[in-house]
Design a protein around this ligand. Structure first.
Ligand code: NAG
Ligand code: NAG
Ligand code: NAG
Ligand code: NAG
Ligand code: NAG
Length: 423
């Protein structure tokens, strides 16, 4: 008889060292372990028990699975649409066989099975998260990407003290930032992108030891917290929110970890702080569609790993420095829709280095498709002094808003794809 156990399996995605906790099913038979990667296809189960029937606790192998049963049945009650019949087999006491539910022994007791993972990615389910989810105290992974869950994130999730990955992306959650996640001691991966959260981001978010933070495509407002650099993230995506203010120089504190910084369309104003150039591990820097002014900091010439640099659709001016164009790994340098007036050295001929570039709609005298002399002249007459820049929040960029016409093709990190899909 084959027995099924479930193990936690850690591996690193090489492109950005994001540690991802993945579930693997191990089927043990004839003393020979054959490993199969977890897949969405599931063995079909035939349950005779009626969906509404109450099961006494004696029907469960252990009290924790009984608690899980209570939680999952409460959840099923507030699911109003399940087009793929994902929860159709959520009946009876065998919760470990429910579709999308994965059991494993908890860290300190190898003898029992508990609900350790829930993966309802792309189930297109409409419903709520009930308070009873707080009964799933051994949950380590909760993936709800691409569903239609709405309402707020229940405070009872503070009970999930083993939660390591929490992915609510591409749903319809509302309300303020879900503060409950700040109390989760082992949380490593937080993805709440593509929802309708609003209000400020709490500064405490950036003092947690998270490897990946995705809060893009919500309705967050206010400013980017001053302590943004206190954490240890390798991926930070806060694009498509309405923050305003300047990028805090404390971003430099992420130098040891940060590889991808995406601040697209966040109403950033002021100059790009030179501290960005201290993020020496950075591979992707995208600050496009903001209200940034002033020059490209020379410090960016120190970003030896940089592959993608996007400054497009800002109000930056001055010289495009040779040091940036010479970066050894640069593959794409987009700086269209600014007011740059000179390209230094090799910047004039990026195609000779095989670098994809876009320098349209600047004030580059020798290049095609530039802004008019009149517009350029008025900008050149008002040079920006970065040390007296104003970092007020809100929309300083109405003039720029009218320039914004079409969004470039979404970067993979911005799409609401199945997390953590970016490789
Ligand atoms: C889900 O179940 C209903 C009712 O049993 C059925 O009509 C429908 O075709 C099923 N949908 C899928 C995608 O299996
Ligand atoms: C939190 O977990 C405890 C068990 O540790 C349980 O008694 C309690 O009901 C849970 N709270 C919620 C709101 O589910
Ligand atoms: C910028 O974000 C706002 C929401 O904050 C959105 O309405 C707008 O379409 C976005 N602009 C671009 C160019 O993506
Ligand atoms: C750019 O460099 C290439 C090859 O090095 C050369 O053929 C081309 O003429 C240069 N273009 C300009 C505008 O200097
Ligand atoms: C370069 O980056 C821009 C902005 O992200 C993108 O629109 C463009 O398609 C990229 N070009 C190439 C050749 O990858």
């Amino acid at each position: 008889m084959a027995s099924k156990t479930l193990q936690y399996f850690l591996f690193a995605i090489t492109s950005h060292a994001l540690i991802i906790l993945t579930l693997q099913l191990c089927f043990l038979s004839n003393n020979q372990a054959a490993k199969h990667s977890y897949s969405f296809t599931h063995r079909s189960h035939h349950h005779r028990s009626g969906s509404g029937r109450h099961h006494s606790s004696s029907a469960f192998p252990n009290p924790k699975l009984h608690q899980a049963y209570i939680a999952l049945q409460a959840w099923k009650k507030v699911i109003y649409s399940d087009p793929y019949n994902f929860t159709a087999n959520w009946v009876g006491p065998s919760v470990c066989n429910y579709k999308g539910i994965y059991c494993a022994p908890p860290p300190h007791d190898p003898t029992v099975q508990v609900v350790a993972g829930i993966d309802l990615n792309r189930a297109d389910i409409a419903g709520f998260l009930p308070e009873e989810l707080g009964l799933l105290i051994d949950l380590s992974i909760l993936h709800l990407n691409s569903n239609r869950f709405c309402g707020i994130v229940p405070q009872s999730l503070s009970n999930l003290t083993l939660l390591y990955e929490f992915d609510l992306s591409n749903n319809r959650f509302v309300g303020p930032f879900p503060h409950v996640v700040l109390s989760l001691p082992t949380l490593n991966y937080l993805d709440i992108r593509y929802n309708e959260f609003e209000g400020p981001l709490p500064p405490q978010l950036f003092s947690k030891k998270l490897d990946a933070i995705f809060v893009n495509n919500n309705r967050f407002t206010s400013v980017i917290p001053k302590n943004i650099g206190v954490n240890s993230a390798s991926v930070l995506v806060i694009a498509n929110n309405n923050f305003g203010g300047c990028l805090p120089p404390s971003i430099a504190n992420l130098a040891e970890t940060l590889e991808e910084l995406l601040l697209i369309n966040t109403s950033l104003s002021g100059c790009l702080p030179p501290e960005v150039g201290y993020l020496y591990k950075l591979k992707v820097l995208d600050v496009s569609f903001n209200n940034l002014v002033g020059p490209i900091p020379y410090s960016l010439a120190g970003l030896a790993h940089l592959e993608q640099l996007n400054l497009a659709h800002n109000m930056m001016s001055g010289i495009v420095p040779d040091g940036v164009c010479c970066l050894p790994n640069l593959a794409n340098f987009t700086f269209s829709y600014n007011f740059f007036c000179e390209e230094e050295g090799i910047c004039k001929n990026l195609s000779s280095k095989g670098i994809a570039f876009d320098d349209r709609r600047n004030c580059l005298p020798e290049k095609p498709l530039q802004r008019s002399n009149k517009v350029c002249q008025s900008v050149l007459e008002h040079p920006v002094e970065c040390f007296e820049q104003h970092c007020s929040s809100g929309n300083g960029g109405d003039a720029v808003a009218s320039v914004i016409s079409a969004m470039p093709a979404a970067a993979p990190l911005l799409s609401p794809s199945n997390a953590p899909a970016y490789t």
